[in-house]
Design a protein around this ligand. Structure first.
Ligand SMILES: NC(=O)c1ccc[n+]([C@@H]2O[C@H](COP(=O)([O-])OP(=O)(O)OC[C@H]3O[C@@H](n4cnc5c(N)ncnc54)[C@H](OP(=O)(O)O)[C@@H]3O)[C@@H](O)[C@H]2O)c1
Length: 356
């Protein structure tokens, strides 16, 4: 299927409500709705407002410092259905092991069957948790997402937690077989589509959505008129940061929309993490700061904490680093307007649900 041949979706593929046009007045929601307030401690202030210490907080050092103030949430995820994308490498692979150790009933969505089945076997052997399965989809292809969401819905089981972790930074501008620019397709449109298609399954269990964003998003404002990065010159880091900014905006919109269904929605930043992804896409950065990078387990920590913690269930719409909520806008000119927020939603919705 190409975007020009996109068939109308049948009813089952539609989201359970129309586009969330009422994205308004999020700023006015205030403390009651917990939307994107920064934490109030000095660590949060440093991370958000001082560039050099802020960058340090993304490193291994930031993790080690922050964890001194943590207490571990108790309990397990036994019997809870967790759907995780990108569980075959880096942060997602570490998260998959950690979720299985917490006894989650885990479904990993991955694009490479051999790699996915190997990871599945490794996790089962290592953790003793037999409830780990795999579903196949290239998350940059909307047709694959539609199919995998249908398979998940066909099980009639509710989903307790959806973790949108898969993502990539592409240094060359390329289009997918469906004609979408690949950063946009994988890091933003695919996240939007999968989540929209699984909202009903999440609502059945008053579930949680955890979106993996990046500190890189601080550097960019969303470009609603150039979502597919057509304006030359193409810059992979910029395209990635814009998509990750988009994920943070969607988190905020979903938080408001899904609150009435009891679904909590959060975005998180894993910090700077030593993964195959970062080695491949940012080799210079990797060799420069390699020994300061976090381990994949450290990068996955906040994701797992968001899955387990009661704090995460009681609040919604926040952006987290090291188990603490943080601001989403730091640099001047990077805050989107309400009109841009609505335009983003409508464009994404139009691309996956309304093309003739
Ligand atoms: N590493 C960091 O410092 C850092 C910082 C901020 C945010 N993040 C974010 O953290 C997440 C994980 O990144 P990572 O560093 O762990 O990268 P990674 O090692 O490259 O792992 C990425 C995972 O996503 C999967 N994936 C990528 N594109 C996909 C597609 N089209 N369809 C299906 N699966 C796909 C990969 O599958 P394959 O195994 O098949 O490749 C892999 O499982 C990403 O969202 C990334 O943007 C990372």
């Amino acid at each position: 299927m190409t975007r020009r041949e996109h068939p109308r979706q049948n009813q089952a593929d539609k989201p359970d409500s129309g586009p969330a046009l009422d994205t308004g007045n999020l700023k006015k929601q205030g403390a009651g709705n917990h939307c994107f307030q920064s934490g109030t401690g000095w660590l949060d202030f440093l991370a958000d407002h001082a560039i050099v210490p802020g960058m340090l907080m993304f490193s291994r050092f930031g993790y080690e410092l922050s964890r001194r103030f943590w207490t571990e949430p108790g309990g397990t995820l036994y019997g809870r259905k967790v759907v995780l994308t990108g569980g075959t490498s880096g942060i997602g692979k570490a998260a998959a092991v950690m979720l299985a150790e917490k006894k989650a009933f885990l479904t990993i969505i991955a694009r490479n069957r051999e790699k996915a089945e190997q990871v599945q076997q490794d996790i089962i052997t290592r953790t003793g948790n037999p409830h780990v399965d795999v579903m196949l989809a290239d998350l940059g292809r909307m047709q694959d997402i539609k199919q995998v969401a249908r398979q998940l819905r066909d099980t009639k089981k509710s989903i307790d937690i959806l973790i949108n972790n898969a993502g990539a930074l592409f240094n060359e501008r390329q289009e997918t077989s469906e004609g979408f620019e690949q950063t946009f397709a994988t890091d933003l449109l695919g996240v939007f589509y999968l989540t929209e298609l699984l909202k009903k399954s999440l609502a059945r269990s008053s579930g949680r959505i955890i979106n993996v964003s990046s500190g890189g998003m601080y550097t960019q404002k969303i470009a609603v008129d150039d979502l597919e990065n057509r304006q030359p010159p193409y810059n992979g880091a910029k395209a990635y940061a814009r998509a990750k900014r988009g994920v943070v905006i969607l988190t905020r919109i979903w938080a408001k929309e899904l609150k009435k269904k009891g679904i909590a929605v959060h975005a998180m930043h894993p910090g700077w993490v030593d993964t195959p992804g970062i080695q491949r896409s940012l080799p210079g950065f990797h060799s420069l700061v390699g020994n300061q990078l976090r381990t994949p387990e450290q990068g996955a920590d906040t994701m797992i904490w968001l899955a387990l913690s009661e704090t995460a269930a009681r609040s919604t719409g926040r952006f987290w680093l090291d188990r603490r909520p943080h601001e989403t806008v730091v640099f001047p000119g990077t805050r989107e307007t309400e009109k841009e927020r609505q335009a983003l939603w409508q464009k994404l919705h139009g691309l996956v649900f309304e093309l003739p």
